[in-house]
Design a protein around this ligand. Structure first.
Ligand code: TXA
Ligand code: MG
Length: 325
């Protein structure tokens, strides 16, 4: 797709939000901040607008999108939430949780959004600007992460422009995302509440509300790009669980960065939330540095498999997967 328009950078003021809402109503794409990552928003009822998402992201069209709304009532106009998911919604919305449930008839959601599935992914983000925009727009916004398909998710307005400048109407600048990791996705299948993607809400927290199963089978049967192995690919090769990086590698450390090494620390104090918030931005920077310094790979420190460490390791494993899968 050729570049065709100037991408406006809007502020989170009342004027900025009304301009964003006006653009969305006219069928244009507007990227906006959420507490997880920046989303690329389009009116979920407008098939042409939704198609622009796939076009600008160059995203395989069989991949369904998450719909964002501002209230539980609005969510329930779109999907039938079984009790277990309703409990999760009441406890964790607004927040980094996406629920997948059967789509209601007459929801008005464009088929492109759910890619023909009978289920729909819905979430209420907690970011103040996202909620302000959703209230002003007063409709469902489909919004995948605002990056070209297969690239690292954006956690700042500058990241959005890195990948999509000239391809979308506007981005609302809300600074850095607080979590820096996508939402946790939970569905309900065969009587089981099932984790489909680990993310900003930890499994431990969610499991306090209702028992949740994790099943790799489900991941494979659902056509979700977050589940394709190479989805989070960087340009550089990635080596995982490395305690001592080679001199010709950039190092993504976890509290163990040697100042003489080309690298960045996910968290000097080995805090997993801080590491999650830094993950995509650091990968992006090291990808550039690897190229700039002619290094052979990015090696990554071992990250503990607890709490948000699961989601971090999941993203890293995908980033490290061979590029041709
Ligand atoms: O934090 C987030 O979730 C961000 C912000 C913008 O909300 N959004 C995000 O969207 O990560 P995206 O499109 O990059 O990832 C959504 C994931 C994809 O893997 C998609 O295939 C899956 O959700 N998904 C959406 N609808 C689905 C459905 N009905 N069944 C199974 N998977 C679905
Ligand atoms: Mg994404």
């Amino acid at each position: 797709m050729s570049k065709f328009q100037e991408t406006k950078v809007l502020s989170g003021t009342t004027e900025g939000i009304s301009e964003a809402s006006r653009l969305l109503k006219s069928g244009a794409l507007v990227a906006f901040p959420t507490e997880t990552v920046y989303g690329l928003g389009a009116d979920a009822r407008d098939g042409n607008a939704v198609a622009k998402i796939f076009e600008s992201k160059r995203r395989p069209s069989f991949n369904p999108l998450i719909v964002h709304v501002h209230s539980l009532e609005r969510a329930q106009e779109l999907i039938d939430l079984p009790n277990q998911l309703l409990e999760l919604a009441k406890r964790f919305w607004p927040g980094p949780l996406t629920l997948i449930s059967p789509l209601k008839e007459g929801s008005g959601i464009s088929e492109l959004v759910s890619s023909g599935l009978e289920t729909l992914a819905v979430r209420i983000p907690s970011h103040a600007l996202a909620l302000k925009l959703l209230k002003e727009f007063d409709g469902p916004l489909s919004a995948p992460s605002a990056n070209p398909s297969g690239c690292v998710s954006p956690t700042s307005a500058a990241h959005v422009l890195d990948g999509l400048d000239g391809l979308i109407a506007a981005v609302i600048d809300g600074g850095d995302c607080q979590l820096g990791l996508e939402s946790t996705i939970i569905g309900y299948k065969d009587g089981l509440t099932t984790l489909l993607r680990s993310g900003g809400l930890s499994l431990e927290e969610a499991s306090k509300v209702t028992p949740i199963v994790t099943s790799n089978d489900n991941l494979e049967t659902i056509t979700a790009p977050g589940q394709l192995r190479s989805h989070y690919a960087t340009g550089a090769r990635i080596r995982l669980n490395v305690d001592r990086p080679q001199r010709n590698e950039a190092y993504l450390a976890f509290g163990n960065l040697d100042p003489s090494q080309v690298g960045l620390d996910l968290s000097a104090k080995q805090d997993l939330s801080e590491a999650a918030a830094n993950l995509f931005a650091h990968l992006r920077t090291l990808d550039k540095k690897t190229e700039e310094f002619g290094l052979v790979a990015i090696s990554v420190a071992p990250i503990p498999m607890t709490g948000l460490g699961l989601a971090i390791n999941d993203r890293l494993t995908r980033a490290a997967a061979p590029k041709d899968v």
